[in-house]
Design a protein around this ligand. Structure first.
Ligand code: BG6
Length: 468
């Protein structure tokens, strides 16, 4: 008997900007991801420069090819599929009086197709793709104007898709503002540490208010919907490098830095430790008179999260981060990917238990995966045992967490079809069970083909997680 509950959601996850391409099709406006030639870890242009290569502009052309792509997902047995809605397809400049009908129609068709193929859509409302115009005009999420604009965007989505989409997440990895500030919030990251920190917490605060307003709106417009947050919890899997109290305490503080977003949005109030952080960085949050009440009254229902790796903290080690989480000291007990991400399935079980103990709410693992180079052999086959092993080990860890008593409702592998890397803009950092013929310079036919790991995931899903 499988330990995974009946009805467990098995699937995969992508983001509009990393897959759809068609960056100007059917009235879409540019988003911040359309000016990131080398991904969010690299330099970002102010405007798209004519003639320059931007990987997300065409991406894998999911916009025109989703029917075929979703059939591969159906063949693997997916009963859910996570994607995001590109805000700038709906409001190209973020501020139009009326939404763009062609953009809305595209997602109508996409979600209907998913249902026809037996997949529940799981939708991220904002995934690193804030309309560029809002970044230019307001500087992004540090400005409260975005709260109302986001609420207006949500109203359009909930009215239009309330009957077809039942699982929502308001923001992708908003707790990434401290490692990749531009990605999560499109904020101004220049200036000294205090200024930067203030900007990040202010942007996050504005997003907490936007999240609460979205939850309130969902209760009115689609009472049966599940409203979740989405955080990077690789950032919470932080081990102390030694038993030295400074290392242990420092690791805990770093972990808390990650959990602030969940504390506020699931428990409905700022934790005490946040006040000390603000004080030490010499600032007070700018708040509207109803903000705290809204946050208190409209908490989120479930915690969606990504988990790719763990990290190790030692007092004095500089901490930086990328899309995979925070990076500290190398951990001698773990192997790393070619991109230096340390593979740690037990870390996932640990995180699930931490979430269970801390919030006692449903959790949804909406991103987990291995980015690696693939080789297409002369016969066209792609052997990727490392990816299959990573998958099996992490599914096993989830099974153990379920046995530990964790309330896990689903698992969506990141990038079940190769897509553009958010962090680096590369195609060669591949996660897919389905290969896409495209390289880092944008060459290739975009043809799709199965890798060996396709069969592994198919068997795992068919056995409801038992055959690992
Ligand atoms: C997550 C993001 O942090 O990590 C995704 O939500 C991203 O957008 C994923 O693609 C993997 O990171 P990367 O940099 O390998 O694409």
């Amino acid at each position: 008997m499988s330990v995974f509950p009946k009805g467990f959601l098995w699937g995969g996850a992508i983001a509009a900007n990393q897959a759809e391409g068609a960056w100007q099709t059917d009235g879409k406006g540019p988003s911040i991801s359309d000016v990131t030639p080398h991904g969010l870890g690299g330099e970002i242009d102010k405007k798209p420069i004519p003639g320059k290569y931007y990987p997300n502009h065409e991406a894998i052309d999911f916009y025109h090819r989703y029917q075929g792509d979703l059939q591969y997902m159906q063949e693997m047995g997916f009963n859910c599929f996570r994607t995001s809605i590109a805000w700038s397809r709906i409001f190209p400049d973020g501020e139009e009086a009326e939404p763009n009908e062609a953009g809305l129609k595209y997602y109508d068709d996409l979600f209907t197709t998913m249902h026809k193929l037996g997949m529940e859509p799981v939708v991220t409302i904002s995934h690193y793709e804030t309309p560029l115009a809002l970044h230019d005009k307001y500087g992004g999420w540090t400005d409260r104007h975005l709260i109302d604009l986001y609420e207006k965007y949500c109203r359009v989505l909930f009215t239009r898709y309330g009957k077809t989409v039942h699982y929502w997440m308001t923001f992708n990895e908003m707790n990434n503002t401290h490692t990749i500030p531009f990605a999560a919030a499109a904020i101004d990251v220049t200036g000294d540490v205090d200024h930067k920190t203030q900007q990040m917490y202010q942007a996050e605060h504005n997003m907490y208010v936007a999240n609460a307003k979205a939850v309130r709106l969902a209760k009115q417009l689609m009472p049966d919907a599940h409203m979740g947050i989405m955080l990077s919890l690789s950032q919470a899997a932080v081990y102390p490098a030694t038993p030295a109290p400074k290392d242990v305490f420092g690791a805990m503080q770093l972990q808390r830095r990650t959990f602030i977003s969940a504390d506020v949005q699931l428990r409905g109030e700022y934790p005490g430790y946040a006040k000390r952080i603000f004080k030490e960085h010499h600032f007070e949050l700018e708040m509207g008179p109803d903000d705290l009440q809204l946050i208190h009254d409209y908490p989120s229902e479930y915690l969606g999260f990504s988990y790719y790796r763990s990290s190790t903290y030692a007092d004095g080690t500089p901490i930086y981060g990328d899309t995979g989480g925070v990076v500290g000291r190398p951990n001698p007990y773990l192997k790393s990917t070619d991109w230096g991400w340390q593979i740690d399935p037990l870390g996932l079980r640990w995180i699930c238990n931490l979430v269970q103990d801390r919030y006692n709410c449903p959790m949804f693992i909406v991103e987990n995966g291995l980015g690696m180079k693939d080789t297409v052999n002369a016969d066209g086959n792609i052997h990727d045992p490392e990816r299959a092993d990573y998958l099996k080990q992490h599914v096993q860890a989830i099974g153990e967490a379920i046995k530990d008593g964790c309330n896990i409702i689903g698992y969506t592998w990141w990038g079940p079809i190769d897509i553009v890397s958010a962090g680096t803009g590369q195609m060669s950092k591949r996660y897919g069970f389905v290969y896409v013929d495209r390289d880092d310079e944008g060459h290739g036919t975009l043809a799709r083909s199965k890798k060996d790991s396709f069969e592994t995931y198919k068997q795992i899903i068919a056995s409801n997680g038992e055959c690992v």
